[in-house]
Structure formats: C-alpha cells, structure tokens
Design a protein around this ligand. Structure first.
Ligand code: NDP
Length: 335
C-alpha cells in the first residue's frame, strides 16, 4: 500500500516512516511540505520517492490509499477532511484538531465516506501498558482505586518551536501531552473522565502557551486520577501507577516513545518485576491501522478515541483558566 506523508515532520522522520516500512508491502511514497526545497531534502534524506507542495497532487494519486498526517495541529482538520473526501484512509496525529468539536467532524466525515480514521496515540500500543492492562483485567490488583500519571519531561531543543510559542499552531503542553494521558486513562479504565480540576503554568521557556499542568479527573466509576504534564522538568522521569484494593502497579519511564521502562507489581506477597514485550509502539499503531483497512479489527486508537482525548484536554484547559471544576463535554459524533 502506498502512503502519502502529509507533513515533513520530526515524528515522521524519527518513528513513522520506519514504522510504515516495517509493514510488508507498505511504502511511504510521497511527502507533502509547504516548502519545496525542504520537502525535496526531506524526501532524499528519508528515501521517499517524491515530494510535493500540493495536497491535491497526493489526493489525486490513485496509488495512494492512506495518508499519515503529522503537520502542526491547526492543519490536521482541513487536511484530514480533504483526504477523507478523496477516499483515503487517514492516520492522524494527536491532537486530531484544534477542538473536540472539529475533531468530531473528522469522525463523521470518515463514517460517511467509509474510510478508516485512526489517531496516533502511541502509548496504548506499548508492551508495558498492554502488560499492565492485562494484569488489571485479570484482577491482579483487585478493584481499581486510583491512577497517577507523571508525564513531566524536558522538551528536547529540536522541538522547541511552535509547541512553545504558537497557540495558533496548537502549542502548549495541554494539547500536546494531556491528550496522551487522557487516552491512556481511557484505555485502562474503559470509561470517559466526567469532570476535571486543573492548574497550569507558563515559564520563561515558553511564549504565551502553558508549559506545565497538573489535574485531577473524576471518573464515572469513582476511580480518581491525577496527572502531571510538563515541558520543563529535566530530571523528573515519567511514570504510571494504578492502585487497587489487592495490589498496585508501579511503572517508571513508561510515558515515552520508546519500548522501555520498569514495572513492579506490589501486593501482599511483596514486590515482583513485570515483564513485557519490547516491540515498537509506532509499528504496532501502523500495523493495527493497516489491518483495519483490510477489514481486520479496529485501529489501536480510533478517531472517536482522538475526539475524546481532546475533549478531556479542552476541559483541563478550561478548568486551569477558570479555576473551576469543569465537566468534560464530549461532542456528538453520530451513530
Ligand atoms: P515538527 O515541528 O517536526 O513538524 C511540524 C511541521 O513543521 C512540519 O509539517 C513541517 O512543515 C514544519 N517543519 C518541521 N521541521 C521544520 C524545519 N526544520 N524548518 C521549517 N519547518 C519545519 O513537529 P513534530 O513532528 O514534533 O509534530 C508533528 C505532529 O505530530 C503534531 O501534531 C504533534 O502533536 C504530533 N506528535 C505526535 C507524537 C506521538 O507520539 N503521537 C510525537 C510527536 C509529535 P511542512 O510539512 O510544511 O514542511
């Protein structure tokens, strides 16, 4: 299957081009950049046959069945809608759009066109998280009481552009990382946060957008969730904990793009390490998307999942700005 890469991005270069090539018969065939010279250099550097500055050229190409969208966030909606209208299957980066309402338009359009729309939430593809989810589902920690997520990192120098200085491009740690944490919580608990409280901070690193956030989420089941996201923490290391009546899972360094981290199951018998599959998160995301196109199963994270993670992030932003506990509003997405 030929793919169109919409966006000459870092994430495509570092993870997704390789993840697409890892699927038998899948080829990143053409890349879109707004700058012809940069696009040509990018195509050459990553062995992509063609570069273009025309989205229409990609969408008119019948040999391209799927597109991967990894432009800055404000471009996702128009590019995805155009691709869907052209009959292409769409794997889109998170956040799906600038608002959950816009993202819901993508879901509705994909349903109407009969194409697959998936969100590239990588964490639910991690062997570490899959192993913890399995243990939780098997009753290893009893009834779940709470989840704590530590997702405060130091943003690498090469990513310190629009994420820190452009609200218009979807910058800020809330659209960037809270969406991942929301998707992770929804993956574990299989329910949608109903209300949030939050604070945010903008440090000297950023220009106008928040670069740290902390929030508390109320789940319909009563499970309590706390999350911490930041671009400014050099030494915090990431973590995930889920606590239950019969045990706790403590995981360090698992809110990451790599198949790494340590998991410990703690219960009345003491502390035991948990092993897991160290496969590529992004390869699994692409593999599930390709299988869904072939009619086998569903993507790891669907378009609906992308809408819901964004709705939680919106509520966190609103709660942080108003200082008020905020109900999460999930847009209508049709049947
Ligand atoms: P980049 O900043 O690398 O790329 C975004 C756009 O910026 C590109 O489409 C490109 O525009 C332009 N650009 C990139 N590098 C340069 C450069 N050197 N000079 C000028 N313009 C440049 O963004 P990321 O790869 O970090 O993120 C892209 C998307 O992917 C975002 O939506 C982000 O949220 C998401 N993301 C998801 C991750 C995940 O794990 N799921 C991880 C990281 C990002 P053009 O295409 O026009 O050339």
């Amino acid at each position: 299957m030929n793919w169109g890469l919409i966006g000459a991005s870092t994430i495509a270069a570092e993870h997704m081009i390789g993840a697409i090539r890892a699927q038998s018969g899948n080829v990143p065939a053409i890349v879109l950049s707004s700058d012809a010279e940069r696009g040509a250099a990018y195509a050459k550097a990553h062995d992509v046959a063609r570069a273009t500055t025309s989205l229409e050229e990609i969408l008119a190409d019948d040999s391209v069945r799927a597109v991967y969208i990894s432009t800055t966030n404000e471009k996702h909606l128009p590019q995805a809608l155009a691709a869907i209208r052209a009959g292409k299957h769409v794997l889109c980066e998170k956040p799906l759009a600038m608002s959950a309402g816009e993202a819901a338009e993508m879901v509705k359009a994909a349903k109407a066109a009969g194409v697959v729309l998936a969100t590239n939430h990588h964490l639910r593809n991690a062997g570490s998280h899959l192993a913890m989810k399995q243990l939780m589902d098997d009753g290893a920690i009893g009834d779940v009481l709470s989840i704590r997520i530590f997702h405060a990192v130091l943003l690498p120098d090469h990513l310190r552009g629009w994420r820190l200085n452009s609200a218009a491009a979807g910058g800020g740690v809330i659209p960037d990382i809270v969406v991942h944490d929301a998707d992770t919580v929804r993956f574990y608990l299989e329910e949608d946060p109903e209300a949030v409280s939050a604070i945010e901070r903008t440090s000297a690193m950023s220009a106008g957008v928040e670069d740290s956030a902390m929030s508390l989420w109320q789940m319909p089941s009563g499970v309590q969730v706390m999350t911490h996201e930041s671009f400014t923490h050099p030494y915090a290391t990431t973590g995930f904990e889920v606590h239950g009546t019969e045990g706790s899972l403590h995981a360090r360094n698992v809110m990451t793009q790599q198949p790494v981290g340590q998991i410990t199951l703690v219960n009345k018998d003491g502390a035991q390490p948990v092993s897991y599959s160290a496969h590529s998160l992004y390869e699994r995301s692409v593999q599930k998307f390709v299988a869904a196109i072939e009619g086998q199963g569903t993507p790891a994270a669907s378009g609906v999942d992308g809408v819901k993670s964004l709705a939680v992030a919106e509520a966190v932003k609103s709660a942080a700005q108003t200082g008020q506990r905020t109900l999460v509003t999930y847009p209508e997405m049709g049947k």
